[in-house]
Structure formats: C-alpha cells, structure tokens
Design a protein around this ligand. Structure first.
Ligand SMILES: C[S@@+](CC[C@H](N)C(=O)[O-])C[C@H]1O[C@@H](n2cnc3c(N)ncnc32)[C@H](O)[C@@H]1O
Length: 635
C-alpha cells in the first residue's frame, strides 16, 4: 500500500478540560498525575502508600524541629525561620552548610539540611560536594539555594574543558567526571522507576529489568544542531542593565552579572547562549564544545563581522521588539564520526594530526558522503541584501565549502523570517540564500533530508545506538509480517528504519512539516510501506485506531510531557503485544509505565503490561538529559 501523500488529520476531539482551569474531582480523573517534584519522592517515599499515591508532598515530622545550629549567618534567627505549622523552613538569604547528595532531574544538586531532612536544591554543585549555599527561593516545601563557596569538592570533580562551563546553561556537569555523570543519571532513573513507577527494587522480578546506562562514545562535538532547546540557543539579544564595557557576562557571587556599556554609553550586544534563567541575557560565546568544529568556524566568522557598523545589522531587542537579527542556528552532519574514522586510520602512523587537517586530507579522496552544514539566520523581516555580506563570508570559508581540490563540506544558508514578538526560531517564511534548502544525514543505512525546522535526533552518533536498541526491543520475527504503529514519529526516522523488516508502518505526528519530511524520506529511501499522518495525539477521539490494523508493535516516543491520558487509555484498550516506549524524560516515563503496568487506580482501569526492560541511554554528555528505551509486553 503506498504511503499517504496528503496529510490526513486525526479524528480530533478537543480536550474537555483546559489545564489552566481549576480541576473538579471528575476532571482530575481525566488528567495525569502531577510530577512537579518527582525527586522529592525518593526522600519522602515513606509518606506515600502504594494505594493512594500522592504527589502533593508534606513536610515530615522530623522536619518540624526548629533549627539553629545549621545556619551559619551571623545574624541568623533560626527560630523565626519556622513556618506557621512549626515545621522547619529556612529564611530567604539564610546561609546553610550543605552536602550535595545526588543530582535531580534538571542537574540541580539535591541536599538535605542536616538533621531536619528539609530539602534544598542548588545549581552547579556536585554529589559529595560540601558547600555554603544562600537561600534564594522558597518553593512549596523545599527551597532553592545559590552556591556561595565550596568547602570541599567531590572527588569525581574534574576541570571543565570549556571556558564558559561554570555559567553557561548548556553543560551543567562538565566538571564531573564522565563516569560519575553516568552513575548519577542511572541512579536518577532507578529512583524514579521505584518511587514514581512503583516498580519495587525489592521485587526479584524487577531486579533484572533495569539495565545499566549506555554511555555515549563521544563526549564533545556531538550535537548536530544548536537551537532553542535546553538553553543552548544562539540569539542576538540586547543585554539589559549595562554598566561597564565588556563583551562577556561574568560570574560574581554565584550570579551572572553584566559587565558592559562602552565609555560613550552605547549599549553592548551579544551573540551566544542564553544565560540560565534569563530570557533577555545572552552569554557571548565564540565556541561551543558540544557542536561540530565546522559549526564553530562559522560561529567565529559571524562573530568576527556582525558588529561592523558598516553592515547595518541591528540585533533584535526582546524588550522593544526592534531590530533585525534574531537567531543563528547551526546544523551539521556527522563531522565527528567522519573525522574519527580517519583519525583512527591515521593514528596507525603514530602521528598526531589535527582533526581539521584530517578532514581536509580525507575529503580529497571522497566525492560523496561529506558532512554537510546548514546555517540558518532567523530575522524579523526579509532583507536579503543586509545578509549578503554574511553569506559571502560564510560561503568563502575554506573549511566549510568546496574550494579547489579540498571538498570538505557542503553548506546551505537559509533565512527564516519571523516577524512575531516571540523569541521562536521557526520562521513564518523560509528563503534559501545559498546552496539547497536541506542537508542530508544518514542513520542506520537510510538517508534523511533535514530542513531548517524539522526535528532530527540531535546526537546522530548516539541515535544509531538508540535506534538499534529500539529495534532489538521490537523483537522482529524476521518474516516481514508485523504491523508497527510509530507514535510521535517526527520525520519518520524510527518507523522508516524498521520499515524494510516489517509489513507496514503507521506514523502519527503533530507537526505538518515533519510529516512532509517523513513522506520525502520514505520516497528518498524507496520505502512504500509507511503511512504518516498529521494529528495531535493529545486529542485523539473514539475513532482513533480505525484507520490502521491492530499493530504487533507500538513505538511511542513522546516529548517531555509524556503521553496524554487519552493515549494511555487507548493503548490499554488496544492491547498490542509489545510497546517500545522511548522517553526523553524519566519522570513522565516512570509515570506512564506505572499506568500501563499497574493501571489507573483513580479511574478503576487495570494495567495490562509487564515491564520487561528499561535501558537508560546517555545521548547528551555534560547535560542533565537522559533517554530511556523501555520494553513492555502484554501480560
Ligand atoms: C522526542 S520527538 C521524537 C521524534 C521521532 N520519534 C524521532 O526519533 O526522531 C517527539 C515528537 O513528538 C511530536 N509531538 C509532540 N507532541 C505531540 C502531540 N501532541 N501529538 C503528536 N505528536 C506530538 C513532536 O513534534 C516530535 O516530533
């Protein structure tokens, strides 16, 4: 059956209860459990019974003691720190001596105030580190602190290779040895599976379910796209609150401070990464160690000239909404793998050769398969003449274009125009300024064309590993007889990598452009047994499922919020023999596994799956992100 070329909407049913409305008990029965602080459960699990699992946490009796000895402020008045109920609560501005116990989901250090059990979170502390923190925020029944000074570091602390590591929002754990990062990630998943997923670690049946984390073979230069996600956004944003001239934000008292204004009072602008916690401040960077070297070469070239007054390029001001340049997005092919394979060969000559040189040497012999690079300028209006000097500069960089005999990279330069006041990098219109409008990447033997706005796994190297694990979990019989349902299919990559070994793939995805990319990718690879349909899986109606046969395998790869209750109920009714759940958020993953295996207690719905394996995968070294591949079988 040919795949559908026209996008077909899912049978839609509007969400009955907009999440912002106050929920009545009936409404609550249709919603998912709240997972605002899943990490609290590890410490407070004693208060949660399996039957009435509550995510509303309350201070424990031991926290109700008033504390005096743990505050080290001179003017400490700990007694006044107790809240009305008499439970311990540190005061804003209070300084505490703390030890980081582990890392919570966003990479924040989890600490307990000694003898009270009161939980505080602190950014940029490492497990085992003893430090002094100042309370900055009270939040429900925990507090956030800012590190003032380290008393004794954790023994797994290492020197971060990136000069921006201590204050950039992208890599939070570069100063923790990679082995320790992996241990922390694995432990986080284990804790969530036990406390949120309710898979007891004391149950012998669960003992072999949780697999050791799969490390990432490359720890730098692995990102193929630097974009708006995870604070790793390149933006051209006016710096606010300027005082001194400098092109960098600096760290002072644990906080980012601007260091800026020229002597003549002129405001300074930056091109770089979002400073964590600030939508309007950007950390000027010349290099990011997570992205490819050619992308860094382009970044340096743009940094070199965009401030030139003669070019008349005005950066976008998020406050006044005036200005032209909004974002610079860099997307590259598999530069690292490409270079590494040749470096390994060259190492046999026992000589050190820089990566760039290796790539140039390599490219002399190879006519196809060169890694490609896309540069996307997001601007507030379409003015190609203004961008012309930048396009000329980038397209003449020897490392990124074909020059003479050195065919190194293919470069595509795009312009997404976004006139809205928001900070989004997706354009309302797209123009090709140089080269073609897509770059090509290969994954598990297939070729994918990626446009500026399409989703593609950001670590292609580790995506190979992830997709192999997914295929292993799918447990294909090898006779090409299975039906696969690929939920949250994006540009169809998972389904397409399985398509040649199965009877048919049905993919569902909300973003229309991703669906057209999926169709194009199917054609490009000569695959005709895959249908891709555009629709919102949070809004499926009663008829969802009528347009495809009962699948043998469901692949579900939702984004961070996990699956909607409607989809959980659909899957529990569908009863496909296997579900491979791929998740980028172990907290919502654990919650959804709980529903699928143990049921939805509040709605008297029984679970019908058994968790066979849960495999954490490190896709993003030095960041808090964790991917998991879970296999569920009908019980
Ligand atoms: C983690 S990505 C997975 C993409 C794809 N499976 C892959 O490996 O490349 C999640 C995908 O779910 C899509 N998505 C998010 N919310 C959705 C919804 N409510 N309905 C359908 N698709 C959704 C996103 O657009 C994104 O493409």
């Amino acid at each position: 059956m040919p795949y559908i070329t026209k996008t077909q909407p899912l049978p839609l049913l509007l969400l009955p209860f907009p999440p912002q409305k106050k929920l009545t008990p009936k409404m609550q029965s249709h919603t998912l459990k709240h997972l605002t602080c899943p990490w609290l459960l590890k410490f407070r699990s004693a208060s949660c019974t399996i039957a009435s699992f509550s995510f509303t946490q309350h201070p424990q009796p031991e926290q109700q003691q008033e504390q005096t000895q743990y505050s080290i402020n001179n003017n400490n008045k700990s007694k006044s720190n107790s809240n009305k109920g008499g439970s311990y609560f540190p005061k804003r501005g209070q300084e505490l001596e703390l030890v980081c116990e582990s890392l919570a989901f966003k990479g924040k250090g989890l600490c307990k105030v000694a003898d009270t059990g009161f939980i505080v979170l602190c950014d940029r502390v490492l497990p085992g580190e003893k430090f002094v923190g100042r309370v900055t925020r009270k939040k429900g029944n925990y507090a956030e602190v800012t590190k003032i000074k380290t008393i004794s570091p954790h023994w797994d602390a290492v020197d971060a290779p990136c000069e921006y590591a201590s204050y950039c929002g992208g890599c939070k754990t570069q100063n923790l040895s990679y082995e320790a990062q992996l241990r922390e990630k694995e432990q986080q998943v284990r804790d969530l599976v036990v406390h949120v997923g309710r898979f007891s670690d004391k149950d012998p049946e669960n003992s072999c379910v949780m697999k050791p984390i799969v490390p990432c073979g490359i720890q730098f230069n692995y990102r193929n796209k630097v974009s708006v996600i995870n604070y790793v956004q390149f933006g051209l944003v006016k710096k606010a609150m300027v005082s001194l001239w400098s092109s960098h934000l600096v760290l002072k008292d644990g906080c980012l401070k601007n260091h800026l204004r020229k002597g003549n009072g002129e405001v300074n602008y930056a091109l770089g990464l979002h400073a964590p916690g600030f939508f309007d401040k950007v950390l000027n960077v010349d290099k990011c160690l997570l992205q490819s070297e050619p992308a860094n070469v382009v970044l340096a070239a743009v940094q070199d000239c965009w401030r030139d007054a003669q070019l008349g390029l005005s950066p976008y001001d998020v406050h006044s909404h005036a200005g032209f340049l909004k974002h610079l997005m860099l997307r590259s092919g598999r530069y690292f793998d490409y270079c590494r394979s040749y470096r390994l060969q060259l190492l046999t000559f026992k000589s050190y050769i820089p990566l760039d040189l290796i790539a140039i040497l390599l490219s002399r012999d190879v006519k196809t398969g060169l890694p490609e690079l896309m540069v996307n300028f997001v601007t507030s209006s379409y003015e190609p003449d203004l961008l012309k000097p930048l396009v000329e500069k980038i397209s003449s960089i020897p490392e990124v274009v074909c020059t003479g005999n050195f065919k190194f990279q293919y470069v595509s330069i795009m312009n997404n125009v976004n006139s809205s006041v928001g900070n989004t990098s997706v354009g309302e219109e797209e123009h090709t300024l140089y080269g073609k409008s897509t770059i090509t990447e290969t994954l598990r033997g297939l070729t994918f064309q990626i446009s500026a706005n399409s989703f593609f796994q950001t670590n292609t190297h580790q995506a190979e590993v992830l997709y192999k694990l997914i295929e292993d979990c799918a447990g294909l019989r090898g006779d090409g007889s299975e039906i696969v349902l690929d939920l949250f299919c994006g540009t169809g990559t998972i389904g397409l990598t399985l398509a040649r070994k199965v009877k048919h793939v049905y993919g569902y995805e909300v973003v229309p452009q991703a669906i057209s990319d999926a169709h194009r990718n199917a054609t490009l690879n000569g695959i005709s047994n895959a249908n891709f349909v555009q629709g919102d899986l949070n809004k499926i109606g009663e008829n969802f499922g009528n347009e495809f046969p009962k699948p043998d395998i469901v692949i579900s790869d939702p984004n961070r919020p996990g699956m909607h209750m409607k989809l959980i109920k659909f899957l529990l009714k569908l009863k496909a023999p296997r579900i491979v759940y791929v998740s980028c958020n172990p907290a919502t993953c654990a919650r959804d596994l709980d529903y699928l295996c143990h049921g939805v207690t509040e709605q008297n719905i029984k679970g019908c799956y058994k968790l066979k394996s849960l495999q954490p995968v490190d896709m993003f070294p030095h960041t808090p992100h964790i991917e998991c591949v879970c296999l569920l079988e009908l019980s």
